[in-house]
Ligand binder design. Structure first.
Ligand SMILES: [Zn+2]
Length: 449
C-alpha cells in the first residue's frame, strides 16, 4: 500500500510539483465552524480548517482550493464550536497499585483498568495527559503502546517514579530516592534511562492540614538534580503546596509547579511574582474538592460523562465504600475548607498574568470537566479557562510548538462541540467529535456502558 503510494507520488510528482499522496488520500476539512483556538483570542465564526495527515495545514476564513478539497473528508461545522484537545497535566493513572487491608499501597498491575481510564479521557475530549508519578514499568509501557498506535488513548507524557528524598512526600511505590550529591548521580542516571518526559520532584515537609511533619528534600540537592536533569535535555516539575516552597522550587530552577498554593492565602506579592517568572503552575483543584463532593453530592456520578466512562461497579464502589471512607477523614473537611482559598490564589495569579495549566491530580476524563467548572467558579473568565486547559498545558510540558492550539503547523488534536463553551463551561461536555493526531476518534467504541 505504502509502496504503491510512494510509486504514484514519484510518477505524478514529475507532472504536478504540488501533488501529494496524502492530499489525495485523506485530507480532513472542517467547514464553517466557530473557532476558539486556545490562544485566548476571541472566537472566530465561519472558519475552515485543513488537516493533512497528522498536522493542521491551514486555518482560514475562506474556502480551500479545488486541489486541497479533492478526496478530502468534509466535516460540516455550521452551528458547532471547535476547541483544541483538552490537556490534563497532572494525573496518576489508575491500575498500577492497590491499597492492602493494612492500608499499605503496593504495586499491583491492572492494565485493563488503566486502559479503560485512558479511553475515558479520549471520550471526554482530553487528547494529552501527563502522568505525574507512577510505577515506571507500568506507565512507560502504556506510553510506548500509545505512541505505536496500539491503544486508544490520549497522548501520554509521563514522569515515571517520583524523585525525592528518603521519607519525604511521594517516596512510595516506584520512587527514586536521592540522598546527597554527587553520590546520587548513578541513581538519577538510572531514573533518566526510562526517558521521562519530565522529572517530578517534591518539596514538601507537610506539617499543615491534618498531616504530620516529614523530611524535606534539601534545596541544595534539589538544585543539583534540576541542573543535571535539564542538562540531559529533560524538564522538571515540583510538588509544592505553600508560597514559600513554591518560590524556593522556582529559585532551585524548576520548570513548572505541580500544584497551586493550597496551605493558605498567597501574599500580595506572589501573584505578580508568578507573572514575572512565567513558571507554569498546575491548578489541581479537583483532587482537593473531590472528597467532600462525593460525600455531599454523590449524584454527580449520574452525569453522562461519568456514566459513559466508569463501570457500574466503580460507580457503586465510589458511592458506598469510598464515600464512607471520605466521610470520616479529617483530610476531606480540611480540603473543603481550603479549596476556596486555592481558587482565589489561582484567580489572582491568572489576573496578574501568570501561567496556569489545567491539572486534576485525578485519573479520569470527567475530572477535567470538573476542573474547568471549578476554575470558572473561581471567577476566571471562560476564555482564559479554555486556554488554561489547552495551550497552557502544552507550555507546562514544553510542547507548545507542537500542541495546545488550533494553528497551522501544529498537530491536529481538537474537539468539536455542539454548543458554545464560552456561554457556559458545561457546554464543553457536549462533545460531538474528538480528533487526535489528525484522526477522527470513534467515540462509540470508547463507551463503557
Ligand atoms: Zn499528584
Amino acid at each position: 500500500m505504502l509502496n504503491k503510494c510512494v510509486k504514484n507520488l514519484f510518477v505524478f510528482s514529475v507532472l504536478f510539483s504540488n501533488f501529494s499522496c496524502l492530499a489525495a488520500q485523506g485530507n480532513l476539512i472542517i467547514k464553517d465552524i466557530t473557532l476558539i483556538d486556545g490562544t485566548g483570542r476571541a472566537a472566530m465564526s465561519n472558519m475552515n480548517i485543513l488537516i493533512e495527515g497528522e498536522m493542521i495545514k491551514k486555518v482560514q476564513g475562506s474556502d480551500f482550493s479545488k486541489s486541497e478539497r479533492r478526496g478530502a473528508r468534509i466535516i460540516k461545522g455550521k452551528g458547532k464550536y471547535l476547541i483544541p484537545g483538552l490537556m490534563d497535566i497532572h494525573i496518576h493513572l489508575v491500575g498500577s497499585t492497590k491499597v492492602s487491608k493494612e492500608g499499605i499501597r503496593k504495586v499491583a498491575l491492572d492494565r485493563a483498568k488503566g486502559i479503560r481510564a485512558l479511553q475515558g479521557y479520549l471520550y471526554s475530549g482530553v487528547t494529552s495527559v501527563y502522568d505525574s508519578g507512577n510505577v515506571p514499568e507500568y506507565i512507560f509501557e502504556l506510553r510506548e503502546q500509545e505512541r505505536a498506535g496500539e491503544i486508544s488513548s490520549p497522548r501520554i507524557f509521563a514522569a515515571g517514579g517520583i524523585v525525592t528524598y528518603p521519607g519525604s512526600h511521594g517516596s512510595g511505590a516506584g520512587a527514586t530516592l536521592l540522598n546527597e550529591w554527587p553520590s546520587a548521580i548513578p541513581a538519577l542516571d538510572k531514573h533518566l534511562s526510562w526517558k521521562p518526559d519530565m522529572v517530578k520532584l517534591t518539596l514538601e515537609e507537610r506539617g499543615w492540614g491534618a498531616r504530620p511533619l516529614i523530611p524535606l528534600l534539601p534545596l541544595s540537592l534539589m538544585e543539583e538534580i534540576i541542573r543535571y536533569t535539564n542538562y540531559e535535555g529533560v524538564r522538571t516539575t515540583a510538588h509544592a503546596a505553600s508560597e514559600l516552597r513554591a518560590m524556593q522550587a522556582i529559585y532551585a530552577g524548576v520548570d513548572s509547579l505541580s500544584h497551586p498554593v493550597i496551605t493558605g492565602p498567597i501574599s500580595d506579592k506572589f501573584a505578580p511574582f508568578m507573572a514575572i517568572k512565567q513558571t507554569p503552575m498546575a491548578t489541581t483543584l479537583t483532587i482537593g474538592e473531590n472528597y467532600s463532593r462525593l460525600v455531599e453530592h454523590p449524584e454527580f456520578l449520574e452525569q453522562a460523562l461519568y456514566q459513559a466512562t466508569f463501570t457500574k461497579e466503580e460507580i457503586s464502589q465510589l458511592k458506598t465504600e469510598q464515600r464512607d471512607k471520605y466521610k470520616d477523614a479529617t483530610w476531606t473537611w480540611w480540603m473543603k475548607l481550603m479549596t476556596p482559598i486555592a481558587q482565589e490564589n489561582i484567580r489572582k495569579i491568572n489576573e496578574a498574568g501568570g501561567i496556569l495549566a489545567l491539572g486534576t491530580d485525578k485519573s479520569s476524563g470527567p475530572a477535567v470537566h470538573r476542573e474547568m467548572e471549578l476554575l470558572v467558579k473561581a471567577g476566571i473568565p471562560i476564555a482564559d479557562v479554555i486556554r488554561i486547559a489547552t495551550l497552557h498545558g502544552a507550555k507546562f510540558l514544553g510542547k507548545d510548538r507542537e500542541l495546545g492550539s488550533i494553528s497551522a503547523g501544529k498537530l491536529a488534536d481538537m474537539v468539536i462541540l455542539d454548543s458554545d463553551p464560552l456561554l457556559d463551561i458545561n457546554n464543553a461536555k457536549h462533545i460531538n467529535t474528538v480528533i487526535k493526531n489528525g484522526q477522527v476518534v470513534d467515540r462509540s467504541k470508547l463507551r463503557i456502558q
